[in-house]
Design a protein around this ligand. Structure first.
Ligand SMILES: NC(=O)c1ccc[n+]([C@@H]2O[C@H](COP(=O)([O-])OP(=O)(O)OC[C@H]3O[C@@H](n4cnc5c(N)ncnc54)[C@H](O)[C@@H]3O)[C@@H](O)[C@H]2O)c1
Length: 252
């Protein structure tokens, strides 16, 4: 499947991996609705991307994925402003393990559930959609336990199970919708930097640092290439694509 002229909605797109995923889709000719809870960062990223790409192909709307009505507005904007919806990348996520650990469940799990259900409803051919593909952002931390982020790991494991359960549903497969899961190891973004530098949100930042040392850290662009594979390769459905600096790409 070529992404040229397709419309993608990406959550958490203002920075980090989400921005990289948005940019690779733009490079390959897609139209992209960037969405993020952070309005200022979203405005800045939009300005930078419109300077590089045709401004009719990229837009930004503020959207906190924990808020149903903001998700509804984002999906409606993709249709009204960019002409439809073919690709949904549920990327937004956080890693609070301290007093605010419940935010991690709210964003990573509950937010991804809300956004996935909305994506399925919008893509299903029997509900007026054109079919398409959803990619949910899990993590290697959702497959391999580690002592640094128990809540984070639990939410990412749950995203994999939730996504694969939907992927087995004949209402989805029978209506032209593919669901895939991306599971990266460490990627060079603020999420990782904050945890290693401040150590405030991980339980054992010293072990996290040792793990980064051992596994390595990838540039965002490497993860973006993996996303493109999950989107364009129509044989991929219910696939979990693992990617790490040390071992490269492999399917679970
Ligand atoms: N960086 C890594 O090593 C790594 C590895 C595996 C998976 N991931 C996952 O990749 C995704 C992106 O992480 P990143 O490393 O780019 O982090 P990041 O902190 O650089 O970017 C996350 C983005 O999500 C946005 N966001 C946070 N809460 C939101 C909400 N409620 N609604 C909408 N947007 C929200 C932030 O504003 C930010 O722009 C996350 O799901 C993360 O768990 C990251």
């Amino acid at each position: 499947m070529s992404v040229a002229h397709k419309v993608a909605l990406v959550t958490g797109a203002a920075q980090g991996i989400g921005r990289g995923l948005s940019e690779i889709l733009l490079k390959h000719g897609a139209k992209v609705l960037l969405t993020d809870v952070n309005q200022a960062a979203g405005d800045k990223t939009l300005a930078e991307l419109t300077a590089k790409y045709d401004q009719s192909r990229v837009a930004f709307v503020q959207c906190d994925i924990t808020k149903q009505e903001q998700l509804e507005t984002a999906f409606a904007t993709a249709k009204s402003q960019l002409g439809g919806i073919d690709i949904v990348v549920n990327n937004a996520g956080i890693g609070d393990e301290g007093d605010r650990w419940e935010n991690t469940v709210d964003v990573n799990l509950k937010g991804t559930v809300k956004a996935t259900k909305m994506a399925i409803d919008n893509l299903r051919k029997d509900r007026g959609g054109k079919g398409g593909v959803i990619v949910n952002m899990a993590s290697m931390a959702g497959l391999n336990p580690n002592p640094c982020g128990p809540v984070y790991c639990a939410t990412k494991a749950a995203i994999i199970m939730f996504s694969q359960c939907w992927g087995m549903n004949p209402d989805v497969t029978g209506n032209g919708v593919r669901i895939n899961i991306l599971a990266p190891a460490f990627v060079d973004t603020d999420l990782v930097k904050q945890q290693l530098q401040k150590g405030k949100d991980v339980i054992r930042p010293d072990i996290a640092a040792m793990m980064v040392e051992r596994v390595g850290i990838m540039p965002v662009e490497q993860v973006a290439e993996a996303l493109l594979e999950l989107v364009t390769d129509e044989s991929k459905h219910n696939a979990v694509l693992k990617i790490s600096a040390s071992t490269g790409k492999s399917y679970q």
